[in-house]
Design a protein around this ligand. Sequence first.
Ligand code: CA
Length: 222
Amino acid sequence: MRLLLVEDDKALIQSLTKSLKAAGYAVDIAENGIDAEYLGNENIYDIAILDLGLPQRSGLEVLTNWRQAQNNLPVIILTARDTWQEKVDGFKAGADDYLSKPFHDEELLARISALLHRSKQAPAGEINTSGLKLDEQRQTVTNQQGQCHTLTGTEFRLLRYMLLHAGQILSKSTLTEHIYNFDSDKDSNVIEAYIKRLRKILGKEQIETRRGQGYIFRDTSL
Ligand code: CA
């Protein structure tokens, strides 16, 4: 999952980025409203964390413009003060959730997970599909044989994205975009090596190759 963090407080950026990366998210940062609006429209993010008090363009304006452009990116707004008016304005502008500062990183992580799972109607913290169980806290997967495997950061990000998009054709470039951030050395050929490793854990049939198109995680629980 690739996440856009829009925040202008450097100390908060630093601590949040650390927590978000540890939780398995690829993180890009925008420190002002203009960059934020542009990046959010690039269509590569699974979720955005949007501070409302920003230089150059307010978070509320950014959100309003995204929604006017039919951009449905899930958004959690960060409100500086615990004022009801800001929250109401945020929801009216199209926010999916909010968090008032100061907050605990764990609460933000829980809200992100809940929002990402909401559309899949899956409980947060765990993804169960096709007899597999992906534990998001421990970053492990238990296969149909009941064997639990510890995943590397990239394997975890890749598998989580595939599980939440089971049954869809996912091209190598889509997968690359959603599991790495801008600073990463993106090589879509590396995806093949990771798919190979996941097939070893989950069984060969679980991930189908569509020549010239990409991969499909087969949801055998349907
Ligand atoms: Ca701010």
